[in-house]
Ligand binder design. Structure first.
Ligand code: HEM
Length: 137
């Protein structure tokens, strides 16, 4: 038997889920994929370099997709020189982030733990710069 309460609860969950998805900008949706793939590295065995490289490849593919968008914070700036600079600079930082993720994939392909660690530090450093400048974090 289908209880009315279950119908209400399931409908509410579906609605809340879709509201949250709609709240995300296209950029945030792609960024979440980057984040998910990098988090997956924690569960992949350290010596499974092929799986690591694949997760990082998926991460930088998503970052490349994110790069076509402008951060909301920048989009909302009044038109003018400052906005043009912020657009160019946010693209510069995302480009650096893309390059550091590609270097991380290379380090996995080279099966080099020291290079992996160094590349991961760079990935985190650039992400920090991007979020500090262009999000409310
Ligand atoms: C490894 C690199 C990165 C990861 C894992 C990452 C992760 C994320 C995540 C998970 C979100 C969604 C946050 C939320 O809605 O709760 C997000 C949003 C965002 N990230 Fe990143 N990010 C990275 C690099 C960057 C870089 C380099 C920039 C430079 C501009 C950047 C700018 C932003 C912006 C602006 C948003 C908000 C979306 C918007 O304004 O539309 N992120 N990021």
């Amino acid at each position: 038997m289908i209880r009315p309460f279950s119908v209400v609860a399931v409908t509410a969950m579906v609605c809340l889920g879709s509201v949250r998805a709609e709240d995300d900008t296209k950029m945030a949706t792609e960024m979440k994929v980057v984040s998910k793939q990098l988090k997956a590295l924690r569960t992949i065995p350290k010596d499974d370099y092929a799986a690591g490289a694949e997760a990082v490849r998926k991460a930088h593919e998503a970052l490349l997709a994110a790069m076509q968008y402008i951060p909301v914070m920048v989009e909302e700036m009044p038109d003018g020189e400052e906005k043009a600079k912020a657009i160019a600079d946010s693209r510069r930082v995302m480009g650096l982030s893309y390059a550091s993720l590609c270097a991380l994939e290379l380090a996995y392909l080279e099966k080099d733990p020291a290079k992996i660690e160094a590349a991961m530090s760079k990935v985190k450093e650039v992400k920090k710069e991007g979020h500090k400048k262009y999000t409310d974090d």
